[in-house]
Design a protein around this ligand. Structure first.
Ligand code: GAL
Length: 636
Protein backbone atom coordinates (compact mmCIF):
# COMPACT_ATOMS: atom_id res chain seq x y z
CA UNK A 1 0.00 0.00 0.00
CA UNK A 2 1.33 3.50 -0.82
CA UNK A 3 2.32 5.75 2.07
CA UNK A 4 -0.53 7.67 3.69
CA UNK A 5 -0.29 11.44 3.53
CA UNK A 6 -2.52 14.07 5.11
CA UNK A 7 -3.53 15.60 8.39
CA UNK A 8 -6.28 16.55 10.80
CA UNK A 9 -9.12 18.13 8.90
CA UNK A 10 -11.51 20.19 11.01
CA UNK A 11 -14.02 21.46 8.44
CA UNK A 12 -16.53 22.46 11.11
CA UNK A 13 -14.47 25.62 11.51
CA UNK A 14 -15.10 26.71 7.97
CA UNK A 15 -18.12 27.66 5.85
CA UNK A 16 -19.06 24.98 3.36
CA UNK A 17 -17.74 26.97 0.40
CA UNK A 18 -14.24 26.37 1.72
CA UNK A 19 -14.71 22.59 1.76
CA UNK A 20 -14.69 22.19 -2.00
CA UNK A 21 -11.50 24.24 -2.19
CA UNK A 22 -10.03 22.11 0.60
CA UNK A 23 -10.60 18.91 -1.35
CA UNK A 24 -9.16 20.45 -4.52
CA UNK A 25 -6.08 21.59 -2.61
CA UNK A 26 -5.74 18.23 -0.91
CA UNK A 27 -5.70 16.58 -4.30
CA UNK A 28 -3.08 19.05 -5.45
CA UNK A 29 -0.96 18.22 -2.42
CA UNK A 30 -1.32 14.47 -2.89
CA UNK A 31 -3.27 14.02 0.35
CA UNK A 32 -4.70 10.52 0.71
CA UNK A 33 -5.94 10.39 4.31
CA UNK A 34 -7.45 12.95 6.68
CA UNK A 35 -8.47 12.67 10.30
CA UNK A 36 -11.94 14.16 10.66
CA UNK A 37 -13.94 15.19 13.69
CA UNK A 38 -11.49 14.83 16.58
CA UNK A 39 -13.07 17.68 18.52
CA UNK A 40 -16.47 17.75 16.82
CA UNK A 41 -18.67 16.28 19.56
CA UNK A 42 -20.57 19.50 20.25
CA UNK A 43 -21.25 19.87 16.52
CA UNK A 44 -22.39 16.29 16.18
CA UNK A 45 -24.54 16.24 19.30
CA UNK A 46 -25.55 19.84 20.11
CA UNK A 47 -27.88 18.66 22.85
CA UNK A 48 -28.23 15.35 24.56
CA UNK A 49 -29.26 12.63 22.12
CA UNK A 50 -29.90 15.05 19.21
CA UNK A 51 -27.47 14.30 16.42
CA UNK A 52 -26.61 16.60 13.54
CA UNK A 53 -24.73 14.41 11.12
CA UNK A 54 -25.74 16.24 7.95
CA UNK A 55 -22.61 18.35 7.74
CA UNK A 56 -20.35 15.35 8.38
CA UNK A 57 -22.22 13.33 5.73
CA UNK A 58 -21.49 16.09 3.22
CA UNK A 59 -17.83 16.35 4.22
CA UNK A 60 -17.26 12.61 3.98
CA UNK A 61 -19.05 12.44 0.63
CA UNK A 62 -16.91 15.27 -0.73
CA UNK A 63 -13.77 13.56 0.45
CA UNK A 64 -14.84 10.21 -0.97
CA UNK A 65 -15.61 11.86 -4.31
CA UNK A 66 -12.12 13.37 -4.24
CA UNK A 67 -10.55 9.97 -3.59
CA UNK A 68 -9.46 10.91 -0.08
CA UNK A 69 -9.88 8.38 2.71
CA UNK A 70 -10.88 9.23 6.26
CA UNK A 71 -9.50 8.37 9.65
CA UNK A 72 -12.77 9.05 11.41
CA UNK A 73 -12.51 10.26 14.96
CA UNK A 74 -14.57 9.44 17.98
CA UNK A 75 -14.65 12.89 19.61
CA UNK A 76 -14.49 11.88 23.26
CA UNK A 77 -11.52 14.16 24.03
CA UNK A 78 -13.77 17.19 24.05
CA UNK A 79 -17.19 16.68 25.62
CA UNK A 80 -19.72 19.40 24.74
CA UNK A 81 -20.53 22.18 27.20
CA UNK A 82 -24.07 20.81 27.73
CA UNK A 83 -22.56 17.54 28.90
CA UNK A 84 -20.34 19.24 31.48
CA UNK A 85 -23.23 21.30 32.79
CA UNK A 86 -25.49 18.27 33.05
CA UNK A 87 -22.78 16.14 34.65
CA UNK A 88 -20.51 18.35 36.74
CA UNK A 89 -19.30 15.22 38.50
CA UNK A 90 -17.67 14.20 35.21
CA UNK A 91 -15.37 17.24 35.10
CA UNK A 92 -11.70 16.77 35.94
CA UNK A 93 -10.56 17.40 39.52
CA UNK A 94 -6.90 18.31 39.89
CA UNK A 95 -4.71 16.94 42.65
CA UNK A 96 -5.32 20.23 44.51
CA UNK A 97 -9.04 19.51 44.54
CA UNK A 98 -9.97 22.11 41.95
CA UNK A 99 -12.84 21.01 39.74
CA UNK A 100 -12.11 22.32 36.24
CA UNK A 101 -14.71 23.90 33.99
CA UNK A 102 -15.32 23.28 30.33
CA UNK A 103 -13.86 25.93 28.03
CA UNK A 104 -10.74 24.16 26.83
CA UNK A 105 -10.57 20.49 25.91
CA UNK A 106 -9.82 17.19 27.68
CA UNK A 107 -11.88 18.20 30.68
CA UNK A 108 -13.49 14.97 31.81
CA UNK A 109 -12.95 12.18 34.28
CA UNK A 110 -12.37 8.93 32.50
CA UNK A 111 -13.83 7.07 35.49
CA UNK A 112 -17.09 9.06 35.63
CA UNK A 113 -20.01 6.77 34.69
CA UNK A 114 -21.81 9.57 32.80
CA UNK A 115 -18.73 10.24 30.66
CA UNK A 116 -18.20 6.57 29.95
CA UNK A 117 -21.84 6.15 28.92
CA UNK A 118 -21.88 9.29 26.77
CA UNK A 119 -18.64 8.21 25.08
CA UNK A 120 -20.15 4.89 24.10
CA UNK A 121 -23.33 6.55 22.85
CA UNK A 122 -21.54 8.94 20.48
CA UNK A 123 -19.19 6.16 19.36
CA UNK A 124 -22.13 3.89 18.56
CA UNK A 125 -23.95 6.68 16.72
CA UNK A 126 -20.89 7.40 14.56
CA UNK A 127 -20.12 3.74 14.03
CA UNK A 128 -23.64 2.90 12.94
CA UNK A 129 -23.93 5.87 10.65
CA UNK A 130 -20.59 5.59 8.86
CA UNK A 131 -19.81 1.87 8.99
CA UNK A 132 -20.38 1.52 5.24
CA UNK A 133 -19.12 4.90 4.10
CA UNK A 134 -16.60 4.48 1.27
CA UNK A 135 -14.29 7.12 2.76
CA UNK A 136 -13.87 5.25 6.06
CA UNK A 137 -10.34 3.84 6.33
CA UNK A 138 -9.65 3.86 10.04
CA UNK A 139 -11.14 4.78 13.41
CA UNK A 140 -9.33 7.33 15.58
CA UNK A 141 -10.51 6.99 19.15
CA UNK A 142 -10.13 10.04 21.39
CA UNK A 143 -7.00 12.18 21.18
CA UNK A 144 -3.74 11.89 23.09
CA UNK A 145 -5.15 10.19 26.19
CA UNK A 146 -3.59 11.99 29.12
CA UNK A 147 -5.97 13.59 31.60
CA UNK A 148 -5.65 12.25 35.15
CA UNK A 149 -8.47 13.02 37.53
CA UNK A 150 -8.49 12.92 41.34
CA UNK A 151 -12.22 13.03 42.01
CA UNK A 152 -14.30 10.54 43.97
CA UNK A 153 -15.14 8.51 40.84
CA UNK A 154 -11.42 8.19 40.19
CA UNK A 155 -10.85 7.27 43.83
CA UNK A 156 -13.42 4.48 43.65
CA UNK A 157 -11.97 3.12 40.42
CA UNK A 158 -8.45 3.37 41.87
CA UNK A 159 -9.53 1.23 44.84
CA UNK A 160 -11.02 -1.39 42.53
CA UNK A 161 -7.79 -1.44 40.54
CA UNK A 162 -5.74 -1.77 43.74
CA UNK A 163 -7.89 -4.64 45.00
CA UNK A 164 -7.21 -6.47 41.77
CA UNK A 165 -3.51 -5.78 41.95
CA UNK A 166 -2.93 -6.62 45.61
CA UNK A 167 -5.84 -8.84 46.60
CA UNK A 168 -5.75 -7.69 50.20
CA UNK A 169 -4.81 -4.68 52.26
CA UNK A 170 -1.86 -6.45 53.86
CA UNK A 171 -0.15 -6.78 50.51
CA UNK A 172 -0.90 -3.16 49.68
CA UNK A 173 0.37 -1.90 53.03
CA UNK A 174 3.53 -3.88 52.50
CA UNK A 175 4.07 -2.73 48.90
CA UNK A 176 3.49 0.90 49.81
CA UNK A 177 5.57 0.75 53.02
CA UNK A 178 2.70 2.39 54.87
CA UNK A 179 4.40 1.56 58.16
CA UNK A 180 6.34 4.78 57.55
CA UNK A 181 4.65 8.02 58.63
CA UNK A 182 1.70 6.09 60.02
CA UNK A 183 -0.05 5.55 56.71
CA UNK A 184 -1.29 2.02 57.47
CA UNK A 185 -4.69 1.44 55.83
CA UNK A 186 -7.28 -0.63 57.68
CA UNK A 187 -10.10 -0.18 55.17
CA UNK A 188 -10.07 0.24 51.39
CA UNK A 189 -12.28 3.30 51.75
CA UNK A 190 -9.36 5.15 53.36
CA UNK A 191 -7.33 5.06 50.15
CA UNK A 192 -7.46 8.04 47.81
CA UNK A 193 -5.60 9.12 44.69
CA UNK A 194 -2.43 11.03 45.58
CA UNK A 195 -4.22 14.32 46.20
CA UNK A 196 -2.48 17.45 47.47
CA UNK A 197 -1.09 16.69 50.88
CA UNK A 198 1.03 18.37 53.45
CA UNK A 199 4.48 17.17 52.45
CA UNK A 200 6.04 14.42 50.34
CA UNK A 201 3.55 11.88 48.98
CA UNK A 202 4.05 8.14 49.24
CA UNK A 203 6.11 7.21 46.12
CA UNK A 204 4.55 3.75 45.72
CA UNK A 205 1.05 5.21 45.91
CA UNK A 206 2.00 7.88 43.36
CA UNK A 207 3.44 5.28 40.99
CA UNK A 208 0.45 2.97 41.33
CA UNK A 209 -1.82 5.90 40.57
CA UNK A 210 0.02 6.53 37.32
CA UNK A 211 -0.28 2.85 36.42
CA UNK A 212 -3.96 3.02 37.27
CA UNK A 213 -4.55 6.15 35.16
CA UNK A 214 -2.93 4.44 32.17
CA UNK A 215 -5.06 1.31 32.68
CA UNK A 216 -8.23 3.29 33.27
CA UNK A 217 -7.77 5.27 30.06
CA UNK A 218 -7.00 2.01 28.29
CA UNK A 219 -10.29 0.60 29.56
CA UNK A 220 -12.05 3.61 28.02
CA UNK A 221 -10.20 3.08 24.74
CA UNK A 222 -11.03 -0.63 24.69
CA UNK A 223 -14.73 0.06 25.21
CA UNK A 224 -14.86 2.25 22.11
CA UNK A 225 -12.57 -0.10 20.17
CA UNK A 226 -14.63 -3.18 20.92
CA UNK A 227 -17.83 -1.46 19.92
CA UNK A 228 -16.29 -0.27 16.66
CA UNK A 229 -14.79 -3.69 15.95
CA UNK A 230 -18.22 -5.19 16.35
CA UNK A 231 -19.68 -2.74 13.84
CA UNK A 232 -16.78 -2.70 11.37
CA UNK A 233 -14.54 -5.72 11.93
CA UNK A 234 -12.36 -4.86 8.94
CA UNK A 235 -11.58 -1.28 9.89
CA UNK A 236 -8.48 -0.72 12.06
CA UNK A 237 -8.95 1.18 15.32
CA UNK A 238 -6.21 3.40 16.69
CA UNK A 239 -5.52 6.37 18.92
CA UNK A 240 -2.68 8.87 18.79
CA UNK A 241 0.01 8.80 21.46
CA UNK A 242 1.54 12.02 22.59
CA UNK A 243 5.33 12.03 22.61
CA UNK A 244 6.77 14.73 24.76
CA UNK A 245 8.49 15.37 28.05
CA UNK A 246 5.76 13.41 29.79
CA UNK A 247 4.06 10.12 29.16
CA UNK A 248 0.61 9.52 30.51
CA UNK A 249 0.31 5.93 29.40
CA UNK A 250 2.28 2.73 29.37
CA UNK A 251 2.97 2.58 25.66
CA UNK A 252 4.13 -1.03 25.59
CA UNK A 253 0.89 -2.18 27.12
CA UNK A 254 -1.27 0.06 24.93
CA UNK A 255 0.51 -0.99 21.78
CA UNK A 256 -0.80 -4.53 22.24
CA UNK A 257 -4.35 -3.12 22.13
CA UNK A 258 -4.32 -0.76 19.16
CA UNK A 259 -4.60 -2.07 15.61
CA UNK A 260 -1.97 0.41 14.49
CA UNK A 261 0.52 2.37 16.59
CA UNK A 262 0.06 6.08 15.85
CA UNK A 263 2.10 8.87 17.41
CA UNK A 264 2.20 12.65 17.40
CA UNK A 265 5.55 14.35 17.35
CA UNK A 266 6.48 17.98 17.84
CA UNK A 267 10.24 18.47 18.32
CA UNK A 268 11.23 21.14 20.83
CA UNK A 269 14.77 21.51 19.50
CA UNK A 270 15.80 23.28 16.35
CA UNK A 271 18.04 22.21 13.47
CA UNK A 272 20.00 19.04 14.20
CA UNK A 273 18.46 18.79 17.66
CA UNK A 274 15.03 18.56 16.03
CA UNK A 275 16.32 15.83 13.71
CA UNK A 276 17.70 13.90 16.71
CA UNK A 277 14.37 14.15 18.49
CA UNK A 278 12.54 13.07 15.36
CA UNK A 279 14.65 9.94 14.99
CA UNK A 280 14.13 9.22 18.69
CA UNK A 281 10.36 9.47 18.40
CA UNK A 282 10.25 7.38 15.25
CA UNK A 283 12.39 4.63 16.78
CA UNK A 284 10.15 4.57 19.84
CA UNK A 285 7.06 4.28 17.68
CA UNK A 286 8.54 1.46 15.61
CA UNK A 287 9.62 -0.36 18.76
CA UNK A 288 6.15 -0.06 20.31
CA UNK A 289 4.78 -1.38 17.02
CA UNK A 290 7.05 -4.40 17.49
CA UNK A 291 9.07 -3.52 14.40
CA UNK A 292 6.02 -3.21 12.17
CA UNK A 293 4.82 -0.11 10.32
CA UNK A 294 3.26 2.65 12.40
CA UNK A 295 1.68 5.99 11.56
CA UNK A 296 2.88 9.51 12.26
CA UNK A 297 -0.54 10.89 13.08
CA UNK A 298 0.51 14.47 13.81
CA UNK A 299 3.43 16.77 13.27
CA UNK A 300 3.51 20.43 12.32
CA UNK A 301 4.70 22.43 9.38
CA UNK A 302 6.40 24.74 11.90
CA UNK A 303 7.85 24.49 15.39
CA UNK A 304 5.17 24.70 18.03
CA UNK A 305 7.04 23.83 21.20
CA UNK A 306 10.30 25.05 22.63
CA UNK A 307 11.40 28.61 23.05
CA UNK A 308 8.82 30.04 20.68
CA UNK A 309 6.64 29.13 17.76
CA UNK A 310 8.66 29.47 14.56
CA UNK A 311 8.61 28.37 10.96
CA UNK A 312 10.53 25.27 10.01
CA UNK A 313 13.52 26.05 7.81
CA UNK A 314 13.03 25.44 4.09
CA UNK A 315 13.26 21.69 3.47
CA UNK A 316 12.70 20.63 7.09
CA UNK A 317 9.06 19.68 6.61
CA UNK A 318 10.09 17.00 4.12
CA UNK A 319 13.27 16.01 5.91
CA UNK A 320 11.52 15.33 9.22
CA UNK A 321 8.79 13.45 7.37
CA UNK A 322 11.30 11.29 5.52
CA UNK A 323 13.05 10.51 8.80
CA UNK A 324 9.79 9.07 10.05
CA UNK A 325 9.27 7.10 6.85
CA UNK A 326 12.83 5.78 6.90
CA UNK A 327 12.21 4.55 10.44
CA UNK A 328 9.03 2.70 9.67
CA UNK A 329 6.12 5.15 9.31
CA UNK A 330 3.41 3.97 6.94
CA UNK A 331 2.36 7.56 6.46
CA UNK A 332 2.94 11.09 7.61
CA UNK A 333 0.18 13.38 8.79
CA UNK A 334 0.03 16.88 10.19
CA UNK A 335 -2.03 18.83 12.64
CA UNK A 336 -3.79 20.46 10.94
CA UNK A 337 -4.85 20.80 7.32
CA UNK A 338 -5.82 24.49 7.34
CA UNK A 339 -4.54 26.88 10.00
CA UNK A 340 -7.42 28.12 12.19
CA UNK A 341 -8.36 31.79 12.10
CA UNK A 342 -9.63 31.77 15.66
CA UNK A 343 -9.74 29.49 18.66
CA UNK A 344 -7.08 28.37 21.08
CA UNK A 345 -4.68 27.13 18.42
CA UNK A 346 -5.07 29.91 15.89
CA UNK A 347 -1.27 30.27 15.75
CA UNK A 348 -0.61 26.62 15.17
CA UNK A 349 0.74 26.30 11.63
CA UNK A 350 -1.26 24.39 9.04
CA UNK A 351 -0.53 22.59 5.79
CA UNK A 352 -2.46 25.47 4.28
CA UNK A 353 -1.17 28.44 6.29
CA UNK A 354 -3.09 31.65 7.05
CA UNK A 355 -1.46 33.11 3.96
CA UNK A 356 -3.19 30.50 1.80
CA UNK A 357 -1.88 28.11 -0.84
CA UNK A 358 0.36 30.72 -2.45
CA UNK A 359 3.02 30.16 0.17
CA UNK A 360 6.33 28.40 0.69
CA UNK A 361 4.74 26.08 3.23
CA UNK A 362 2.01 24.88 0.90
CA UNK A 363 4.49 24.45 -1.94
CA UNK A 364 6.64 22.29 0.35
CA UNK A 365 3.55 20.36 1.41
CA UNK A 366 2.79 19.62 -2.26
CA UNK A 367 6.40 18.64 -2.97
CA UNK A 368 6.34 16.25 -0.02
CA UNK A 369 3.12 14.67 -1.29
CA UNK A 370 4.81 14.09 -4.64
CA UNK A 371 7.95 12.66 -3.00
CA UNK A 372 5.94 10.22 -0.88
CA UNK A 373 4.16 8.92 -3.98
CA UNK A 374 7.51 8.00 -5.49
CA UNK A 375 8.63 5.86 -2.57
CA UNK A 376 7.49 2.35 -3.43
CA UNK A 377 5.49 0.37 -0.87
CA UNK A 378 7.17 -2.28 1.29
CA UNK A 379 7.38 -5.73 -0.22
CA UNK A 380 5.61 -8.16 2.10
CA UNK A 381 8.34 -9.89 4.15
CA UNK A 382 8.85 -11.45 7.54
CA UNK A 383 11.97 -9.62 8.61
CA UNK A 384 11.69 -6.35 10.55
CA UNK A 385 11.32 -3.16 8.60
CA UNK A 386 14.47 -1.66 10.04
CA UNK A 387 17.32 -3.72 11.50
CA UNK A 388 18.80 -2.50 14.77
CA UNK A 389 21.77 -4.06 16.50
CA UNK A 390 21.48 -2.00 19.64
CA UNK A 391 18.52 -1.73 21.99
CA UNK A 392 17.95 0.94 24.61
CA UNK A 393 15.77 -0.09 27.52
CA UNK A 394 12.68 2.04 27.97
CA UNK A 395 10.05 1.61 30.61
CA UNK A 396 7.51 4.31 31.45
CA UNK A 397 7.11 2.95 34.97
CA UNK A 398 10.78 3.58 35.73
CA UNK A 399 10.48 7.06 34.27
CA UNK A 400 7.37 7.84 36.32
CA UNK A 401 9.16 6.70 39.47
CA UNK A 402 12.05 9.08 38.78
CA UNK A 403 9.59 11.95 38.37
CA UNK A 404 8.58 11.62 42.03
CA UNK A 405 9.83 14.20 44.51
CA UNK A 406 12.19 13.23 47.30
CA UNK A 407 14.88 11.42 45.29
CA UNK A 408 18.56 11.92 46.17
CA UNK A 409 19.07 14.56 43.48
CA UNK A 410 16.70 16.82 41.58
CA UNK A 411 18.97 16.36 38.57
CA UNK A 412 18.03 12.73 38.05
CA UNK A 413 16.28 12.64 34.71
CA UNK A 414 15.40 9.33 33.13
CA UNK A 415 14.17 10.76 29.83
CA UNK A 416 17.30 12.89 29.38
CA UNK A 417 19.48 9.82 29.98
CA UNK A 418 17.55 7.75 27.44
CA UNK A 419 17.67 10.59 24.93
CA UNK A 420 21.41 10.92 25.37
CA UNK A 421 21.95 7.22 24.68
CA UNK A 422 19.91 7.46 21.49
CA UNK A 423 21.41 10.76 20.37
CA UNK A 424 25.00 9.63 20.78
CA UNK A 425 24.41 6.59 18.60
CA UNK A 426 22.30 8.53 16.08
CA UNK A 427 25.18 10.93 15.58
CA UNK A 428 27.42 8.01 14.69
CA UNK A 429 24.95 6.44 12.34
CA UNK A 430 24.13 3.46 14.56
CA UNK A 431 20.46 2.48 14.17
CA UNK A 432 18.86 1.64 17.49
CA UNK A 433 15.53 0.51 18.79
CA UNK A 434 13.92 0.43 22.20
CA UNK A 435 13.02 -2.57 24.28
CA UNK A 436 11.17 -3.19 27.51
CA UNK A 437 13.31 -4.70 30.28
CA UNK A 438 11.21 -7.86 30.16
CA UNK A 439 11.81 -8.46 26.43
CA UNK A 440 14.02 -11.16 24.99
CA UNK A 441 17.19 -9.21 24.20
CA UNK A 442 19.29 -12.01 22.78
CA UNK A 443 19.13 -10.68 19.21
CA UNK A 444 20.94 -7.44 20.10
CA UNK A 445 24.67 -6.97 20.01
CA UNK A 446 24.41 -4.41 22.78
CA UNK A 447 21.81 -3.19 25.26
CA UNK A 448 21.99 0.22 26.91
CA UNK A 449 20.32 0.80 30.27
CA UNK A 450 20.15 4.53 31.01
CA UNK A 451 18.85 5.39 34.50
CA UNK A 452 16.36 2.54 34.79
CA UNK A 453 15.56 3.15 38.45
CA UNK A 454 12.99 0.34 38.81
CA UNK A 455 13.51 -3.16 37.61
CA UNK A 456 11.80 -6.41 38.49
CA UNK A 457 13.79 -9.45 39.67
CA UNK A 458 12.82 -11.28 36.52
CA UNK A 459 13.99 -8.52 34.19
CA UNK A 460 17.27 -8.26 36.12
CA UNK A 461 17.77 -12.01 35.71
CA UNK A 462 17.08 -11.58 31.99
CA UNK A 463 19.87 -9.00 31.74
CA UNK A 464 22.26 -11.44 33.44
CA UNK A 465 21.35 -14.18 30.97
CA UNK A 466 21.81 -11.72 28.14
CA UNK A 467 25.36 -10.83 29.22
CA UNK A 468 26.40 -14.39 29.98
CA UNK A 469 25.19 -15.35 26.51
CA UNK A 470 27.61 -12.90 24.88
CA UNK A 471 25.82 -9.54 25.00
CA UNK A 472 27.32 -6.17 25.79
CA UNK A 473 25.42 -4.33 28.49
CA UNK A 474 26.07 -0.67 29.32
CA UNK A 475 24.29 0.43 32.49
CA UNK A 476 24.24 4.04 33.64
CA UNK A 477 23.86 5.35 37.18
CA UNK A 478 20.58 5.15 39.08
CA UNK A 479 19.53 1.91 37.48
CA UNK A 480 18.34 -1.25 39.21
CA UNK A 481 17.97 0.58 42.52
CA UNK A 482 14.37 -0.22 43.39
CA UNK A 483 11.82 -2.97 42.91
CA UNK A 484 8.45 -2.46 41.21
CA UNK A 485 7.05 -0.91 44.41
CA UNK A 486 9.86 1.69 44.52
CA UNK A 487 11.39 -0.12 47.49
CA UNK A 488 15.17 0.15 47.59
CA UNK A 489 17.07 -3.09 47.19
CA UNK A 490 19.37 -3.39 50.22
CA UNK A 491 23.03 -4.40 50.50
CA UNK A 492 24.52 -1.82 48.14
CA UNK A 493 23.43 -0.18 44.93
CA UNK A 494 22.60 -0.89 42.14
CA UNK A 495 20.74 -3.68 43.91
CA UNK A 496 19.35 -5.82 41.16
CA UNK A 497 22.35 -5.36 38.85
CA UNK A 498 25.19 -5.49 41.38
CA UNK A 499 26.20 -9.01 40.57
CA UNK A 500 26.02 -8.62 36.80
CA UNK A 501 28.10 -5.45 36.94
CA UNK A 502 30.54 -6.73 39.55
CA UNK A 503 30.34 -3.56 41.64
CA UNK A 504 28.91 -2.53 44.98
CA UNK A 505 28.01 1.10 45.37
CA UNK A 506 28.21 2.21 48.96
CA UNK A 507 27.06 5.82 48.67
CA UNK A 508 25.72 8.35 46.24
CA UNK A 509 27.56 11.65 46.07
CA UNK A 510 25.61 14.13 43.93
CA UNK A 511 28.06 16.67 42.49
CA UNK A 512 27.68 20.40 42.93
CA UNK A 513 30.57 21.04 40.54
CA UNK A 514 31.82 19.16 37.53
CA UNK A 515 34.82 16.87 37.98
CA UNK A 516 37.23 15.48 35.41
CA UNK A 517 37.65 11.72 35.24
CA UNK A 518 40.88 9.96 34.28
CA UNK A 519 39.13 9.15 31.00
CA UNK A 520 35.90 10.14 29.21
CA UNK A 521 36.15 13.80 30.20
CA UNK A 522 33.96 15.73 32.55
CA UNK A 523 31.30 14.28 34.85
CA UNK A 524 28.46 16.30 36.32
CA UNK A 525 25.50 16.10 38.72
CA UNK A 526 26.11 12.67 40.16
CA UNK A 527 28.88 10.48 41.52
CA UNK A 528 29.09 7.31 43.54
CA UNK A 529 31.41 5.52 45.91
CA UNK A 530 31.97 2.36 43.88
CA UNK A 531 33.69 -0.79 45.18
CA UNK A 532 34.93 -3.32 42.67
CA UNK A 533 33.57 -6.79 43.19
CA UNK A 534 34.55 -8.64 40.05
CA UNK A 535 34.73 -5.62 37.73
CA UNK A 536 37.77 -3.54 36.77
CA UNK A 537 37.95 0.26 36.75
CA UNK A 538 38.18 1.79 33.30
CA UNK A 539 38.03 5.41 34.48
CA UNK A 540 38.35 6.90 37.96
CA UNK A 541 37.14 9.96 39.86
CA UNK A 542 39.75 12.55 40.89
CA UNK A 543 39.94 10.93 44.35
CA UNK A 544 40.84 7.56 42.77
CA UNK A 545 37.51 5.76 43.13
CA UNK A 546 36.16 3.80 40.15
CA UNK A 547 33.81 5.83 37.96
CA UNK A 548 33.39 3.63 34.87
CA UNK A 549 33.81 -0.11 35.22
CA UNK A 550 33.78 -3.22 33.07
CA UNK A 551 33.15 -6.81 33.93
CA UNK A 552 33.51 -9.83 31.73
CA UNK A 553 30.74 -12.23 32.58
CA UNK A 554 30.27 -15.50 30.74
CA UNK A 555 30.60 -14.72 27.07
CA UNK A 556 29.71 -11.07 27.42
CA UNK A 557 30.66 -7.80 29.06
CA UNK A 558 28.83 -5.54 31.48
CA UNK A 559 29.81 -1.88 31.75
CA UNK A 560 28.81 0.50 34.50
CA UNK A 561 28.87 4.29 34.22
CA UNK A 562 28.38 5.64 37.74
CA UNK A 563 28.15 9.32 36.82
CA UNK A 564 26.69 11.63 34.21
CA UNK A 565 29.03 12.00 31.27
CA UNK A 566 28.81 14.49 28.45
CA UNK A 567 27.86 13.21 25.02
CA UNK A 568 31.47 12.76 23.92
CA UNK A 569 32.41 10.97 27.14
CA UNK A 570 29.44 8.63 26.84
CA UNK A 571 30.31 8.07 23.18
CA UNK A 572 33.83 7.22 24.34
CA UNK A 573 32.50 4.53 26.69
CA UNK A 574 30.34 3.09 23.93
CA UNK A 575 33.29 3.10 21.54
CA UNK A 576 35.37 1.22 24.12
CA UNK A 577 32.47 -1.23 24.40
CA UNK A 578 32.70 -1.78 20.65
CA UNK A 579 29.83 0.48 19.65
CA UNK A 580 31.50 3.09 17.48
CA UNK A 581 29.60 3.88 14.31
CA UNK A 582 31.05 5.13 11.08
CA UNK A 583 28.44 7.77 10.28
CA UNK A 584 29.17 11.47 9.82
CA UNK A 585 27.38 13.84 12.24
CA UNK A 586 24.16 15.18 10.79
CA UNK A 587 24.03 12.63 7.99
CA UNK A 588 21.33 10.04 8.55
CA UNK A 589 21.40 6.80 6.61
CA UNK A 590 18.71 4.25 7.37
CA UNK A 591 17.80 1.09 5.56
CA UNK A 592 14.11 0.23 5.45
CA UNK A 593 13.92 -3.24 3.91
CA UNK A 594 15.15 -2.81 0.35
CA UNK A 595 15.32 0.98 0.35
CA UNK A 596 18.05 3.19 1.75
CA UNK A 597 17.22 6.69 2.95
CA UNK A 598 20.08 9.21 3.09
CA UNK A 599 19.31 12.58 4.67
CA UNK A 600 21.71 15.48 5.04
CA UNK A 601 20.70 17.54 8.08
CA UNK A 602 23.71 19.83 7.76
CA UNK A 603 24.34 23.08 5.90
CA UNK A 604 27.27 21.55 4.02
CA UNK A 605 27.77 19.10 1.21
CA UNK A 606 28.35 15.63 2.61
CA UNK A 607 29.86 12.56 1.03
CA UNK A 608 27.62 9.50 1.40
CA UNK A 609 28.34 5.86 0.65
CA UNK A 610 25.02 5.48 -1.15
CA UNK A 611 24.75 4.74 -4.84
CA UNK A 612 22.04 4.36 -7.43
CA UNK A 613 19.18 6.50 -8.62
CA UNK A 614 17.25 8.71 -6.24
CA UNK A 615 13.67 7.48 -6.36
CA UNK A 616 12.38 10.94 -5.44
CA UNK A 617 14.13 13.07 -8.05
CA UNK A 618 14.89 10.34 -10.56
CA UNK A 619 18.52 11.61 -10.66
CA UNK A 620 21.60 9.40 -10.32
CA UNK A 621 23.55 9.95 -7.11
CA UNK A 622 27.05 11.37 -7.29
CA UNK A 623 28.27 10.22 -3.88
CA UNK A 624 27.63 13.65 -2.39
CA UNK A 625 24.49 15.08 -0.79
CA UNK A 626 23.79 18.80 -1.07
CA UNK A 627 23.00 20.73 2.12
CA UNK A 628 19.61 19.54 3.35
CA UNK A 629 19.21 17.01 0.54
CA UNK A 630 17.25 13.78 1.06
CA UNK A 631 17.40 10.79 -1.26
CA UNK A 632 15.94 7.31 -1.33
CA UNK A 633 17.55 4.52 -3.34
CA UNK A 634 16.98 0.82 -3.85
CA UNK A 635 19.43 -1.14 -1.72
CA UNK A 636 21.97 -3.02 -3.79
C1 GAL B 1 -1.45 17.77 19.60
C2 GAL B 1 -2.96 17.59 19.64
C3 GAL B 1 -3.63 18.40 18.56
C4 GAL B 1 -3.09 19.81 18.55
C5 GAL B 1 -1.61 19.75 18.41
C6 GAL B 1 -0.95 21.09 18.26
O1 GAL B 1 -0.82 17.38 20.76
O2 GAL B 1 -3.31 16.25 19.47
O3 GAL B 1 -5.00 18.41 18.78
O4 GAL B 1 -3.47 20.43 19.75
O5 GAL B 1 -1.06 19.08 19.49
O6 GAL B 1 -0.78 21.78 19.42
Amino acid sequence: MPLWYGGDYNPEQWPEVVWAEDVALMRRAGVTLVTVGVFAWSRLEPSEGRHTFGWLDRVLDLLADGGIRVDLAVPTASPPPWFSLAHPDALTVTRDGVRLTHGSRDTYCVSAPAYRAASLRITRALGERYRDHPALAMWHVHNEYGTPCHCDHAAAAFRTWLRERYGGLDALNDAWTTAFWGQHYSDWAQITPPRATQYLPNPAQALDFRRFVSDEMLAHFREQRDLLRELTPEVPVTTNYVLAGWASIDHWKWSREVDLVAVDHYPSGRGTAAAEQTAFAADLARSWANGRPWLLMEQATGYVTGPRMTAKEPGEIARHSLQHVARGAKGVMFFQWRASLGGAEQWHPGMVPHTGPDSRVFREVCALGEALKRIPPDEPADEPLVEAEVAILWDEEAWWAVQAPGLPSAELDCLAAVEQAHRVLWRQGVTTCFAHPSHDLSAYRAVLVPSLYLISDEAARGLGTYVRGGGTLVVSFFSGIADEHTRIRPGGYPGALREILGVRVEEFRPLADAVTLTDFGVATAWSEVVHLDGAEAVARYPGGGPAVTRRRLGEGTAWYVSTRLGDSGYAGVLARAGLAGSGAPGVEIVRRRDRVFALNHTQDEQPVPVHGTDLISGEPLTGVLNPGQCVVVRAT
